[in-house]
Design a binder for this molecule. Structure first.
Ligand SMILES: O=C(O)CCC(=O)C(=O)O
Ligand SMILES: [Fe+2]
Length: 322
């Protein structure tokens, strides 16, 4: 089904109506948890987001990003705040070779919905709510894999209004010899990220000294672990380093849904997970972490070592990492 090294997991025991059988659920928990411990990334099928909702979203984004600049510019963010919404041409302000349309959780109080293509707002709301449901299922699976009390992570991360969905168009490379990075290597600020990519490919994860591609599978979603999940799990689940490489002659469309913490939340190794081992990270608030990430994005640290990463919070050097 996929020649990628990352597992493809059938989520139907958790998504098919009527409740899956317990053994099938246990198997899924084990496979997903082991994948997160080893790679920090896996793909899912039968994840509960209907294929037609996914196809419609990609079609909407192809239509929207093809509009002239003056149309898209009508939907630019109105503030410079931490949280923004709407259309941004990242290639004009950063090293990212992409345009994006960002949507905050509908309850967050700040959103910008382009009025074309028609029904875009309803479609965005629909796919957002599907993604949210699937991400919370994965959070529950990881909760059980870690042996936490039932619903513990859901309770810890109990406010949903800071979640974000961003849809992207990566601009096709024109020359095989040009720099083809679309998004530089990074780890996510989410607990969990869901990624939808079209058939172009280009998403790569760094592991064992190599960049390894995630082969697109129609209708599948890629899931990766972000920094706060690595910390709360005391390093048991791995925040996966990834990047996007552009293709010559073809634009690439993708969409990321981030299950995020509130900025006031403390992030620290959970007490249940440090009974028999020392904590690997100091505690910090999600707000502190987010501000430092944003500063790096604006100021571009001169060396990779100067950049703020999750290792900045390590209490001692983490094995295998500089
Ligand atoms: O476009 C993609 O496939 C990945 C985007 C990404 O890594 C991100 O938004 O954090
Ligand atoms: Fe990412």
């Amino acid at each position: 089904m996929s020649d990628s090294v990352f597992p493809v997991v059938d989520l139907s025991p958790f998504t098919a109506g009527g409740g899956g059988d317990e053994d099938a659920k246990k198997k899924v928990i084990r496979t997903i948890g082991d994948a997160c411990a080893k790679h920090g990334i896996f793909q899912i099928i039968n994840h509960g987001v209907p294929t037609e909702v996914i196809d419609r979203h990609l079609e909407n984004m192809r239509t929207f990003f093809a509009y002239p600049d003056e149309e898209k510019s009508k939907w630019k963010p109105k503030t410079d705040d931490l949280f923004y919404a709407g259309y941004v041409d990242m290639s004009k302000i950063s090293q990212f070779k992409k345009e994006e349309l960002t949507m905050n959780h509908p309850d967050c109080g700040y959103n910008i919905y382009p009025d074309n293509p028609p029904r875009l707002r309803e479609d965005l709301l629909e796919i957002f709510s599907y993604f949210s449901r699937t991400a919370v299922i994965i959070e529950g699976i990881l909760n059980d894999y870690l042996g936490l009390p039932p619903g513990f992570l859901k309770e810890y991360n109990n406010v949903r209004k800071q979640d974000i969905m961003a849809s992207f168009r990566y601009i096709a490379a024109t020359d095989p010899d040009e720099e083809k990075i679309g998004v530089i290597a990074h780890q996510d600020a989410s607990l969990i990220t869901l990624l939808l990519q079209d058939d172009i490919g280009g998403l790569e994860f760094y592991e064992d000294g190599k960049w390894k591609p995630v082969t697109p599978i129609k209708g599948a979603l890629t899931v990766n672990i972000g920094d706060p999940m690595q910390v709360v799990s005391n390093g048991k689940l791995k925040s996966a380093e990834h990047r996007v490489v552009r293709t010559v002659g073809r634009d690439r469309y993708s969409c990321a849904f981030a299950l995020l913490l509130g900025i006031e939340k403390w992030v620290e190794p959970l007490p249940q997970l440090i009974i028999n081992e020392a904590p690997k990270y100091r505690r910090f608030t999600f707000g502190e972490y987010t501000l430092k990430r944003l500063k790096d994005l604006k100021d571009s640290p001169s060396t990779p070592e100067a950049a703020h990463t999750i290792n900045s919070y390590a209490l001692r050097p983490i094995e295998g990492e500089a």
